[in-house]
Design a protein around this ligand. Sequence first.
Ligand code: FDA
Length: 389
Amino acid sequence: MQVETLILGAGAAGMMCAAHTGPGTLVVDHARAPGEKIRISGGGRCNFTNLGVEPGCFLSGNPHFAKSALARYTQWDFLDLVGRHGIAWHEKTLGQLFCDGKATQIVAMLMREMEAAGAELWLGTSLTELSHDGERFVARLTREGAPREVSARNLVLATGGKSIPKMGATGLAYDIATQFGLAIVPTRAGLVPFTFPEGRFAALSGLSLPVRASADGASFDEAMLFTHRGLSGPAMLQVSSYWREGEPILVDLSPARDLAEALRDARATAGRRALSTVLGQWLPSKLLTHLGETFGLSGNLADLPDRRLLALADALHGWELRPQGTEGWRTAEVTLGGIDTAELSSKTFEARALPGLFAIGEAVDVTGWLGGYNFQWAWSSGVACGRAI
Ligand code: FDA
């Protein structure tokens, strides 16, 4: 069978791309259903974009690479599309837009768009061999157990990253990119909970509080959640993408209140109150019990000299923690690294070394923050590539 364009991966980026390439496009995926990550995203409601999308919200070896695609297909363009399909949505927090109903509405919308563009979809299809004869790609596929051969002028790598292998994530895009000589930026799990030595936070498990978490110069004001295995919650997921093994993360336990000033004021007016009681107005008592072991929170305010009060406030505003590791691919929402952007045109996503080969979405070394940014990258890169083809 001959097609103009073969797209590997019927996820967010692949489907969006197919909706713009038009007739002569075949999309293949080894899964039984398209857009499985969309279906489970955002707790089943899909955080499909963010009102605050801008290039600074993405990590990449080249921070400029994402600019062009994000500017040419914006969050407003995607909102228009969602509106045209009559999908109701709401802003949850921090500009994050979710479906009012189910995430499957987004999958159905993309299926309708693909169909309207005349693209064909083969599910339950795996790639067994791929070659390029100088002009066209020749893909040997297995569709529902039967061998098929497809020849295509263009090949789009849209098989995503490595996160959640249980859901069918594979490194296929990296393998094919490598086969054709494209460089790969080493991959690691992103938007992923931290692990700590067993039992470290067991007594605090389930406790959540607003913090400012920082790693490698990036800071996020969001909730932190203590778990049996370590630290999670949006603040931790966000900094996990900036964290490197062996490095510390800093947690400001009171981002909205200057504790030095607040403790000084309290000492001036109620010096006989216990330090832990005063701190208990602002921080959960369970956490104070835990911190007391490290910082020594006994005694009355009046017993605290200025030097000690300032040191304590500093420690609570900059609690330094050294994660043992992360939960890894099993639970990571995204893959950092991937196909090196230096290999691709930022306008068309075509490989410089091999015209006709394209890569989009999470497979590329562009990773968004938590909050709808990764889907926006899938939509923007998919549209830019689809239009170029
Ligand atoms: P995606 O992973 O969507 O699609 C890849 C496709 O390729 C899949 O259909 C897969 O089956 C197929 N494939 C893989 N290997 C193959 C092979 N060897 N052969 C054939 N097919 C193959 N982002 C966001 O912005 N908002 C959110 O709410 C969430 N929520 C969220 C929750 C969870 C649990 C996860 C794991 C991730 C998110 N994300 C998210 C991230 C988001 O899902 C992700 O960034 C995009 O789906 C990436 O889109 P792609 O199309 O690049 O890959």
